[in-house]
Design a binder for this molecule. Structure first.
Ligand code: ASP
Length: 307
């Protein structure tokens, strides 16, 4: 058994080789490799799964290619409202944040909520106030602006639709799961949500049990996909329950939830998961998912498409 492992994702959706330029493909693969390596280096030096998932997620939040942190999609009102969450499988503590603006790294704020407050989920202005108290970094609206994302909004702003960032243009939510040398596991997820979202819409990403879950007894899971379906299916916790109460392996539990439950219901997306025996699963029912994994023996890879 390999004694530590990390997996990351950068969103699942209609990601087709035919519509990806070789230059963009290179950019994505490089970003995934670098993000993976940033978390992996923490595990290699004996650090915790918790620190490793934060590090990898921060890397992806700082990268404009992905729909989280800097690269977050626009809301209907032309703003950014970000969601993130984190869970520690060792303590079963969790922290999450929803509907925040201008906070550079929502995943770091989630960790502060978990460690330095008596709460699990903070929203909007209150969460931003807490972020200031925790001395989180803030960035201007310009930092979060990209013409590409803005054009995505303009395309559908006058319609009633919201759009999964990766349903067409193929970039998405980010997340990480890891198992450390001490046998503990953790998960984190961060997102800008869906383009043109309004009314304070919240997806699965900041909801513990839906988009993120970790328990040393079972698994650590980070999801990406059409949030409303993932919320209704309580995806991350369902995988843990199938392992805990039904004795399914990690791979079996992920298969059941992603292919047999979500898919027939129309819930497009995927997830990454590890268990405390260092098994890892990267499963999706969409055309592709930006993803990667690496274990203590140096095995692993980053990939985008189904094959
Ligand atoms: N699950 C996220 C949401 O619905 C979107 C994504 O995974 O890209 O907010």
């Amino acid at each position: 058994m390999t004694d530590y492992i990390i997996a990351i994702h950068g969103g699942a959706g209609t990601i087709l080789r035919a519509s990806m330029s070789p230059e963009n493909e290179k950019l994505y693969l490089k970003a995934l490799e670098d993000a993976l390596e940033s978390g992996y280096s923490i595990l290699r030096s004996g650090g915790s799964a918790l620190d490793a998932v934060v590090q990898a997620t921060v890397f992806l939040e700082d990268c404009p290619l992905f729909n989280a942190g800097r690269g977050s999609v626009f809301t209907h009102d032309g703003c950014h409202e970000m969601d993130a969450s984190i869970m520690d499988g060792k303590t079963l503590k969790a922290g999450a944040v929803t509907g925040i603006s201008n906070v550079k790294n929502p995943v770091i704020l989630s960790k502060h909520i978990m460690e330095n407050s008596e709460h699990v989920l903070l929203s909007g202005k209150g969460a931003e106030e807490f972020a200031r108290k925790m001395r989180c970094e803030f960035e201007s609206d310009e930092y979060f602006f990209s013409q590409f994302r803005y054009d995505q909004l303009l395309e559908i702003r006058d319609t009633n639709t919201v759009k999964l960032d990766h349903s067409e243009k193929k970039f998405g939510t980010v997340g990480a799961v890891a198992r450390d040398v001490h046998g503990h596991i953790a998960a984190s997820t961060s997102t800008g949500g869906m383009t043109n979202k309004r009314y304070g819409r919240i997806g699965d990403s900041p909801v513990i049990g839906a988009g993120t879950y970790a328990n040393d007894k079972t698994c650590a899971v980070s999801c990406t996909g059409h949030g409303e379906f993932f919320l209704r299916a309580v995806v991350a916790y369902d995988i843990s329950c199938l392992m805990e109460y039904k004795g399914l392996s990690l791979a079996e539990a992920c298969e059941v939830v992603v292919h047999k439950k979500l898919m027939p219901a129309g819930g497009e997306g995927g997830l990454i998961a590890v268990d405390s025996a260092s098994n890892c699963a990267l499963v999706f029912n969409s055309e592709g998912m930006y993803r990667g994994w690496k274990d203590a023996d140096g095995n692993g890879h980053v990939s985008i498409y189904k094959d």
